[in-house]
Design a protein around this ligand. Structure first.
Ligand code: SIN
Length: 192
């Protein structure tokens, strides 16, 4: 699959006739909501784990030195916590552009803290996309993130803002917070 998923995502018209749609964000969509929304609420989806396994050539890295950003990988019994936004279907034109480096829209059940559940959309970069990097040790991931930078800024900023946003949601993510700890050590070592 090519880097650019805009065309494929535009064919996903399942919610086009709806007045509003829930969008589940688990990465930059938690800490950077650059789109209008009707409402936002902490939420979770089941059966997925957040991983820094997706390459970024367009936001947090370049073609020759890709950064690493999060995607979701299937894992039985796992819960991924994030933020859900109620948006109008027109917002997906902007979101498809923002998430074009390998992410596909997927329909999913979204669970809210009051026990309610709604079907909505999540953007997932699956392992068959051209920008996918896959697993690496959390230390190696931190090393890659420490040096990468792209048009949206340093890759480290993405990591640190995501880790902080998860703390503000009251959620510990073992993978994200372990990479953050490695990053802080690397930053201290570089200062000394
Ligand atoms: C998301 O935040 O839900 C998708 C991944 C990203 O844009 O960082």
């Amino acid at each position: 699959m090519s880097h650019n998923t805009i065309e494929i995502n535009q064919r996903m018209n399942r919610f086009d006739s709806h007045e509003s749609v829930w969008l589940f964000g688990y990465g930059s969509l938690i800490f950077k909501a650059d789109f209008p929304f009707i409402e936002r609420r902490p939420a979770a989806i089941q059966g997925w784990s957040r991983r820094f396994w997706q390459g970024s050539h367009d936001h947090r890295g370049t073609e020759s030195a890709p950064g690493r950003v999060v995607t979701l990988v299937p894992e039985e019994g796992a819960t991924c916590h994030g933020m859900a936004y109620l948006v109008t279907p027109e917002e997906f034109a902007h979101l498809d552009h923002r998430e074009k480096n390998g992410y596909l829209r997927l329909a999913t059940d979204i669970a809210f803290e009051d026990g309610s559940m709604h079907e909505g959309i999540v953007y997932i970069a699956t392992m068959d996309n051209a920008a996918y990097l896959g697993p690496a040790s959390e230390l190696d991931i931190a090393r890659q993130i420490a040096t990468a930078r792209g048009p949206s800024g340093p890759n480290s900023e993405y990591l640190l803002r995501l880790a902080q946003a998860l703390r503000e949601l009251g959620r510990h993510d073992q993978h994200v917070h372990a990479i953050e700890a490695h990053m802080e050590k690397l930053l201290t070592e570089n200062r000394n």
